[in-house]
Design a protein around this ligand. Structure first.
Ligand SMILES: Nc1nc2c(ncn2[C@@H]2O[C@H](COP(=O)(O)OP(=O)(O)O)[C@@H](O)[C@H]2O)c(=O)[nH]1
Ligand SMILES: [Mg+2]
Length: 396
């Protein structure tokens, strides 16, 4: 055999070897759009980097980027198969998807774009709780594009809808603010009505912040029930955070004040302030919250976040809550400004109504920063519009 054949064979073997190494190294990422539902790449906003909520990109989060759940998992021994990937947004939002799937599938499988198409879309969007205003705006825009023949078939229509929805949510700053300059502890307050998930969210946030290397102290500002402080204590132990609690029925602002004093003395980085759930319609309780907000800034504490926790299953009432809590916490801000700096949308795993995000962001201008996708410590993720819309408007 001539020598050149050996050369060609050697080159082939080398190429195959490289291909095998590249393919085996590439781990599957979180799917943006599954196969069969392509979305034009140039129109998609870039995906968010996998950061730890509240930690600026320049902070080394090589440990923290690992999900907090990994804290209690032993590292896989060499040769062991990799542990299963964390459930994605898509998987967790299965309930939301199944509620909309029927209507959206109707749109997709119909031969063309008909009057029923618009009915189906409207039904799906309203069911997802995007609100009448946003629904009308979305559909009017799409109708115009169908009329001008820019959109010709159902697949294009659904893709255009998806892109339009993502675009509406693009551009918001979803980072949790943390002032790392020398000074007292940062304070993040968690407010909202009863049972929305404030205490649970504090536990999850504490775990993530601890994993990112910050020291954390929780303030049990829900003094209505002794059980509330117990619940927070359990989370503090799980997350490796300190806890300051007061007496049952005591003044919540005193607890917050003590917690900040304690954190300052111990050079703790971050105080997470729990508050009692309250109906946004009860004036005296909202005044009490305003006091908590004022007192939190009295000592060395720097209030860098006031996070309103909203239960995704509540629907459009979340909007009213956001307005009222924004008003109560608007200490030192000009009239009409909201004191709320961001929203945590919880229970998206059990809801078909995540569309409230649109009303909160577009009507109130408040960024949805975090999303709760379950009850355990690792079930809190940075809100990602691309993944969210992809999960919400999926037809498969
Ligand atoms: N499925 C689900 N349940 C949640 C989520 N967040 C909180 N919960 C549950 O909601 C209930 C109320 O939570 P809690 O933190 O006590 O609410 P709080 O009254 O606002 O402090 C608890 O049973 C939590 O486990 C979430 O993201 N998904
Ligand atoms: Mg609570």
């Amino acid at each position: 055999m001539p020598n050149w054949i050996y050369l060609v064979l050697a080159a082939l073997v080398l190429l195959v070897g490289i291909a095998v190494v590249v393919v085996s190294r590439r781990r599957p990422g979180r799917p943006i759009a599954p196969p069969g539902r392509p979305v034009p790449a140039p129109d998609r906003p870039p995906q968010l980097p996998p950061t730890v909520p509240g930690v600026p990109a320049e902070v080394d989060t090589s440990v923290a980027v690992v999900e907090p759940s990994d804290l209690d998992q032993a590292p896989a021994a060499p040769g062991e198969p990799e542990t299963a990937e964390r459930p994605t947004f898509r998987a967790r939002m299965a309930k939301a998807r199944s509620a909309l799937a029927g209507a959206l599938l109707g749109v997709r499988t119909r031969g063309g774009i008909t009057a029923e198409t618009w009915d189906d879309l409207e039904e799906a969007l309203l069911r997802a709780d995007v609100g009448v205003k946003v629904c009308d705006e979305l559909l009017d825009g799409l109708k115009a594009r169908v009329k001008s023949k820019e959109i010709a078939d159902p697949d294009q229509l659904l893709d255009a809808l998806r892109i339009e929805m993502v675009t509406r949510l693009a551009g918001a700053d979803r980072t949790l603010q943390f002032d790392a300059s020398p000074g007292g502890p940062n304070v993040w307050l968690f407010v909202g009505v009863n049972g929305v998930g404030k205490t649970t969210t504090i536990g999850k946030v504490a775990a993530q912040q601890r994993a990112a290397g910050r020291s954390v102290l929780m303030a049990a500002g829900d003094t209505f029930r002794a059980a509330a402080a117990e619940q927070l204590d359990t989370w503090a132990q799980r997350a490796g955070a300190d806890l300051v609690r007061g007496n049952e029925g005591g003044d919540p602002s005193a607890v917050i004040f003590d917690a900040i004093e304690s954190a300052t003395a111990k050079h703790v980085d971050l105080v997470l302030g729990d508050t009692a759930g309250r109906l946004h319609t009860k004036t005296n309780l909202m005044d009490e919250l305003a006091k908590v907000r004022r007192v939190a800034a009295k000592g060395a504490g720097r209030v860098t976040e006031v996070l309103l926790v909203v239960d995704a299953t509540t629907g459009q009432n979340g909007l009213t809550q956001a307005r009222e809590f924004g008003r109560a916490t608007a200490v030192g801000r000009s009239a009409g400004d909201s004191g709320v700096t961001g929203v945590v949308l919880t229970k998206l795993d059990g809801s078909a109504k995540g569309g409230i995000v649109f009303a909160i962001e577009t009507e109130l201008g408040l960024p949805v920063k975090l999303v709760g996708l379950g009850e355990t410590i690792d079930d809190l993720v940075v809100f990602d519009p691309v993944e969210f819309i992809d999960a919400l408007v999926a037809t498969d």
